[in-house]
Design a protein around this ligand. Structure first.
Ligand code: FMN
Length: 219
């Protein structure tokens, strides 16, 4: 598929058919994800692939709070739980500390990356890789959705999957063959829900040369 079409066609898919996704195909997507750029080529990302029922079930047990596990799943959860594959994407800050302490960066001196950078690049880079993963999935004819791990379930996730200390879950990508015939996404808004956002006009988010007038929140 043409790159432009992949970008335009990609939508979060939140309901899946039951067919499994072969490991060879998952590997192909990850081969593309790790082509993402990373600060200093630090590549402080990690991908935990859960592709069997037991592992996927263990993910949901770890990340849903006990109340939600008792209640019947809502539409969103039922849909995402139909995904045969989950890939949890982690960011590893220490990879950047090691890389930026290297001779070609800081001459071996310790670095304070939080002062050096206005945002944590390990999170940016893991997120960028996740974005590549979503595009690779679209290109391969698969559906995918990127969703967060609730903060208060991070420890349970770490326990369940032996997540090494210092690995922060940036999010999870569900993967599978799409069950829904059309987009569940807000563009164009077929949901009939007036509070659902639509894609912002480009002129509102792009400025050439300098910012002229920034629309106030709620405008
Ligand atoms: C960092 C991030 C977190 C997201 N978290 C969730 C989530 O928890 N649940 C969900 O259903 N969608 C989640 N999304 C998907 C967005 O809702 C979606 O990207 C947005 O509505 C635009 O739709 P589209 O990606 O289908 O074009 C997340 C997306 C990003 C980038």
């Amino acid at each position: 598929v043409e790159f432009t079409d992949v970008v335009r066609q990609r939508r979060m898919v939140r309901r899946y058919r039951s067919e499994p996704v072969e490991r060879a195909l998952i590997d192909r997507l990850l081969t593309l994800a790790v082509r993402a750029p990373s600060a200093g080529f630090s590549q402080g990302w990690h991908f935990l692939v859960l592709d069997d029922e037991a592992a996927v079930g263990a993910y949901w047990s770890a990340t849903l709070d006990p109340e939600r596990q008792q209640a019947p799943p809502d539409r969103w959860l039922r849909g995402l739980q139909s995904a045969p594959v989950l890939i949890v994407v982690f960011a590893e800050r220490a990879a950047y500390e090691r890389r930026y302490a290297a001779a070609d960066k800081s001459g071996g001196a310790p670095v304070d990356l939080e002062r050096r950078w206005p945002v944590p690049y390990w999170v940016i880079d893991a997120g960028t890789a996740a974005g590549y993963l979503l595009l690779a999935a679209t290109d391969a004819g698969l559906g995918a959705c990127w969703f967060g791990v609730p903060t208060d379930r991070v420890a349970a996730l770490a326990d369940a999957f032996a997540v090494p200390p210092g690995f922060v879950p940036v999010g999870t990508v569900s993967l599978g063959f799409a069950a829904e015939p059309e987009s569940s996404s807000p563009e164009p808004d077929k949901s009939g829900n007036p509070s659902r956002p639509v894609r912002r006009p480009q002129a509102e988010v792009v400025s050439y040369g300098r910012f002229s007038s920034v629309p106030a929140a709620g405008d």
